[in-house]
Design a binder for this molecule. Structure first.
Ligand code: RTP
Ligand code: MG
Length: 148
């Protein structure tokens, strides 16, 4: 089963959108297997966004992502990476369609509410960067045994 790393960015946490965002992925049918509210260090931010080092927005990006708590999550499901990227919408909220998270809640590319892994390779890398193995759980939903 495919896993992806998602993170409500500091703007989303400040705006109290954690519940709304978690709810969307739950209702879609993905399974939450790990989550934590955390403060990202400068070192972790630079590792996480390593691919953007040297770009004009890099310093601003690291400053922003370390500016307050983020809500880090791992979600699981068939095609989870692509499905979550679709649900997030385009990087620039100006281009993100209504119905997507960035389309519904974002205004600026530098404050676009959510991060999500963009490939199987980045998902694996980012999950390892943010979570210890024992922080990710495996569990059944018991739907057929105690929900009528
Ligand atoms: P993310 O990594 O945060 O999920 O976003 P993404 O894949 O959709 O976009 P990516 O190209 O990886 O860019 C990472 C984040 O950098 C900020 N950015 N600012 N000022 C700019 O032109 C600019 N371009 C990118 C955005 O916050 C973007 O999410
Ligand atoms: Mg990215």
């Amino acid at each position: 089963m495919e896993k992806t790393f998602l993170m409500v960015k500091p703007d989303g946490v400040q705006r109290q959108l954690i519940g709304e965002i978690v709810s969307r992925f739950e209702r879609k049918g993905l399974q939450l297997v790990g989550a934590k509210l955390m403060q990202i260090s400068e070192e972790l931010a630079e590792q996480h966004y390593g691919e953007h080092k040297g770009k004009p927005f890099f310093t601003e990006l690291v400053e922003f992502i370390t500016s307050g708590p983020v809500f880090a999550m791992v979600w699981q499901g068939e095609n989870a990476i692509e499905i979550c990227r679709q649900m997030m919408g385009k990087t620039n909220p100006k281009e993100a369609l209504p119905g997507t998270i960035r389309g519904d809640f974002g205004m600026f590319v530098g404050k676009n509410v959510i991060h999500g892994s963009d490939s199987p390779e980045s998902a694996e890398r980012e999950i390892q960067l943010f979570f210890k193995e024992e922080e990710l759980l495996t569990y059944d939903r018991h739907i057929n045994t105690w929900i009528y």
